[in-house]
Design a protein around this ligand. Structure first.
Ligand code: ADP
Ligand code: MG
Length: 259
């Protein structure tokens, strides 16, 4: 288990030692990504950034700064529907504690101070511009980790590889296409569609199993930053993109935008 979910690494290489070495590298890269990005622990680089005083400039690692730049790009492209700067809103809805409906005051306060607009990022220098800016990796951390793992195992001896992190998949190499089933949102045992791909990242958002039930009512664990409310549960949305980070950010952001 990694990032709170299951991990499967499959590598096809010129021989068994090369395949084992490559899969070890992939797992270490995922562990490094978790140690940099997780906000479930307070010792990661992202958790430290979230605790930085407002107005204080901090120099980030090359990796975190480029991940945040990529995430900011998808925030802009989705006009804020994908917004990893909504940690305060996530907290107000108790998304990590089974969910609870915030009071009107709490919601208004969270909405007024949430959002990636309050992150200033120039190269490796970052500044939190608002005390309410908490960056939440839930919508992009798995994708970032997958990309890093795929890069780490690349070598002339590796022919192809597939990594599955809790249903999010990244593939590389010259292998044959892999047929991946897309689960029926109403019955996860059943697949409604099969996609055959040999490269890139595939991410699905909105599976109702991960939704919240508060006082008998179903809510999605994806929040609409424009309203401060959980996005309506319409099913699932799957994105195939050249890299896993893009697929992860876009599956979350496009889910908010709706069918
Ligand atoms: P999963 O976590 O099931 O893979 P997603 O990739 O869609 O699903 O991410 C959902 C998580 O992203 C939520 O649990 C929350 O941490 C965070 N999140 C919720 N709403 C948004 C949003 N509008 N933009 C970015 N991240 C979000
Ligand atoms: Mg996502």
């Amino acid at each position: 288990g990694l990032m709170g979910t299951t991990l499967t690494v499959s590598v096809e290489a010129v021989n068994r030692p090369a395949a084992l070495a490559a899969s070890e590298k992939a797992i270490r890269a995922l562990e490094a990504a978790e140690a940099r990005l997780s906000t479930w622990r307070n010792d990661t680089e992202l958790a430290r950034l979230n605790r930085t005083a407002v107005g204080e400039a901090v120099e980030l690692s090359q990796k975190l700064s480029s991940e945040l730049a990529a995430v900011r790009y998808w925030w802009q492209e989705t006009r804020g529907a994908f917004d990893p700067g909504i940690g305060t809103l996530v907290e107000a809805w108790g998304l990590r504690r089974g969910g609870s409906i915030p009071t009107a005051d709490r919601l208004a306060q969270a909405r007024s101070c949430s959002g990636l607009a309050a992150l200033s990022l120039h190269g490796r220098m970052a500044v939190r511009e608002h005390p309410g800016l908490i960056i939440e990796e839930g919508g992009f951390g798995k994708g970032a980790g997958l990309d890093e793992a795929i890069q780490a195992l690349a070598s002339s001896q590796v022919l192809s590889a597939m990594i599955d992190l809790g249903g999010q998949v990244a593939l590389t190499g010259s292998g044959q296409s892999v047929a991946l089933g897309i689960a029926d949102p109403a019955d996860r045992q059943k697949s409604v569609l099969t996609v055959s791909i040999h490269q890139g990242g595939l991410a699905t958002s909105g599976n109702s199993e991960r939704g919240l039930v508060i006082e008998g009512q179903r809510y999605s664990h994806i929040l609409d930053p424009r309203t401060g409310q959980p996005a309506p549960d319409f099913g699932t949305l799957t994105v195939w993109a050249p890299d896993a980070l893009a697929a992860d950010c876009l599956s979350t952001g496009l889910y908010v935008l709706g069918p």
